[in-house]
Design a protein around this ligand. Structure first.
Ligand code: SF4
Ligand code: FES
Length: 482
């Protein structure tokens, strides 16, 4: 591997590595706007300039690559880079001044404030003054459909959003129109971003708050939000996300890219919008037995008296929940898996499966058999299984699967449903116990590719709502089930 020196620190990197990435490897973060690891480099913003020994002008580190070492001297230093010279500092201050020429000082009402690269770099590298005396260019904000709003006054023309729609999502809805100070990012005539199922990613990609989410716009100042690592539950990939919450409510979900995992760079709009399910609007249900409020002891007693127990675990819950629920089954082969939701694959590069059951693999590893509910129904009807415990989320079962589960509950002499929000199926069970949502507990899943992904508790569950392991501990305390 060739060696390069960055501010006199030697580092060995693969030939072809971008200088910007090599700098990161030694802990030097180069300011940048237009660079993004998933997009073609275009070097339009000029913010990432560095000094390379022997080159007459500063070079853009997002497009300059490390050359291979000479064959006869593989240890040779092939490049010397300086990121802290007066020329680099001057260039950064100059670029910031240019970028801010037409940028409005509307940080107090801008959604990006607090996580804005213009704010950060202006503070770190800007001159602190403006020589702009002319009137700034003005546009009125525009809706790019129902999901995205553009405020062109803020745009610095990095073209990340345009390249995303061309290179990643493929619709090419966005383009750059006009020239010079009239340059503007816009949609082709008559187009919106509504047809783009990944449109929300342009908001994350925009470094300056020009593209905003209709849903999140003016809703929260980001510095009030606490970010908790979580996962998206809407695909078997279990994409890592940041769950941003405040006041015991989730306000948004954002991708949480993992190093070296390209599929974690973007999430679909459906996954992004799923935060709403975590915000409880109704009072949490109380434990019930035959339609009346009941203690967990009474439910455990009724379960014990019923006879051999089978469990049905929907693969959308965590592995701890799967493990503990499985302990209730009278035999190892009485663990059944449920959940048959799929989603359309529109970006095969990022959506490597259409399976919508996030922890199918984790449940299978714990002995749950998927696609065998018909067998369970036969056992219940034959009296070999008398009681059924169902861990269920109505969002992830088709009408056919829900109907089959309904038949199983009806045929069993005792049934217990564990649900976050009561569904028609849960209400048909003999007993119900309210459980925590994924935002109210910490657990982990094993995704479609076999990766272990953890998610952490962000919200406080209502009083009386407990995790699956906590309920199962109570139920299993009854001797016959222990
Ligand atoms: S709207 Fe944002 S992402 Fe798009 S070109 Fe302008 S600054 Fe870049
Ligand atoms: S990040 Fe290199 S020129 Fe924009």
């Amino acid at each position: 591997m060739p060696t390069i020196k960055i501010n006199d620190v030697a580092v060995s990197v693969n030939p072809g590595t971008l200088v910007l990435d090599a700098c990161r490897q030694v802990g030097i973060d180069i300011p940048h706007y237009c660079y993004h690891p998933a997009l073609t480099p275009v070097a339009t913003c000029r913010m990432c300039l560095v000094d390379i020994k022997g080159q007459p002008k500063l070079a853009t580190s997002c497009t300059t690559t490390v050359p291979p070492a000479p064959k006869d001297n593989p240890e040779a230093v092939v490049m010397e880079v300086f990121t802290n010279t007066p020329a680099v500092a001057d260039a950064r201050a100059g670029v910031m001044e240019f970028l801010l020429i037409n940028h409005p000082l509307d940080c107090p009402i801008c959604d990006q404030a607090g996580e804005c690269k213009l704010q950060d770099y202006s503070y770190n590298y800007g001159s602190g003054d403006s020589r702009m005396e002319e009137t700034k260019r003005r546009y009125r904000y525009e809706d790019l459909g129902a999901k995205i709003v553009i405020d062109k006054n803020r745009c610095i023309h990095c073209t990340r959003c345009v390249r995303f729609t061309r290179e990643i999502s493929g619709g090419g809805e966005l383009t750059v129109a006009n020239r010079g100070s009239r340059l503007e990012v816009t949609t082709y005539a008559g187009k919106t971003m509504d047809q783009n199922p990944f449109a929300g990613n342009v908001v994350d990609l925009c470094p300056v708050g020009a593209l905003t989410s209709r849903d999140f716009r003016f809703r929260k100042r980001v510095w009030y939000l606490k970010s908790v690592p979580s996962i998206s539950r809407y695909s078997a990939l279990g994409n890592p996300v940041w769950l941003d919450h405040e006041g015991n409510r989730v306000h948004r979900l954002r991708p949480r890219p993992l190093e070296g995992k390209e599929t974690t760079l973007f999430i679909s709009d459906q996954e992004r919008a799923a935060y709403e399910v975590y915000n409880r609007e109704d009072l949490a249900p109380a434990p019930s037995l035959r339609g009346a409020p009941a203690s967990s002891d009474a439910i455990a007693e009724a379960l014990r008296a019923a006879g051999p127990v089978a469990v049905v675990g929907q693969g959308t819950f965590g592995c701890d929940a799967a493990q503990r629920l499985g302990d209730l089954a009278a035999a190892e082969d009485l663990r059944y898996g449920s959940g048959d939701r799929t989603f359309p694959v529109v970006l095969p590069r990022f959506q490597t499966t259409s399976d919508g059951i996030v922890n199918r693999r984790g449940f299978a590893e714990r002995g749950y058999r998927f696609g065998a509910l018909g067998e369970l129904l036969a056992k219940v009807q034959a009296g070999a299984v008398m009681a059924v415990v169902v861990l269920h989320d109505a969002d992830f079962s088709s009408a056919e699967e829900t109907a089959l589960l309904g038949q199983i509950l009806q045929a069993a002499s005792f049934s217990l449903a564990l649900e976050v929000a009561p569904s028609a199926l849960g209400r048909a069970a003999t007993a119900c116990l309210p459980i925590t949502s994924a935002a109210e507990e910490s657990d982990f899943i094993v995704n479609h590719d076999g990766d272990l992904r953890r998610y952490s508790k962000a919200l406080q569950a209502p009083k009386g709502v407990r995790t699956v392991p906590a309920w199962v501990k109570d139920l299993a305390a009854v001797p016959a089930l222990a």
